[in-house]
Design a protein around this ligand. Structure first.
Ligand SMILES: [Zn+2]
Ligand SMILES: [Zn+2]
Length: 96
């Protein structure tokens, strides 16, 4: 359970407390993702936007871009950074 606070750009998580925000697809957030992909256009971001194998297949089918259709199936969820780290540690990387 997270609470978005747009004034601070932080999220408050019942487990991790006050944390940096991170975005993942709804499947990863629910624990449904079988592989972990993430954006690599911002190497300075420790928690780039992430998505699962199913979303990656759709993105590739859409020409490797986040079209409206691909984004709609993402169902992006805001997570706390600690929860993001937990998912990343649990789900095998699909990158390279
Ligand atoms: Zn997904
Ligand atoms: Zn958390």
């Amino acid at each position: 359970m997270t609470d978005d606070d747009p004034r601070t750009g932080r999220v408050r998580c019942a487990t991790h407390g006050d944390s940096a925000p991170a975005y993942v697809c709804g499947h990863l957030a629910r624990g449904d993702g079988r592989a972990f992909f993430h954006a690599d256009d911002d190497p300075g971001n420790p928690r780039p936007d992430a998505w699962c194998d199913a979303c990656e297949r759709l993105r590739v089918a859409c020409g490797g871009r986040w079209t409206e259709e691909a984004e709609a199936s993402l169902g992006v969820r805001l997570l706390c950074g600690g929860c993001y780290d937990g998912i990343r540690a649990r789900v095998p990387s699909g990158m390279g």
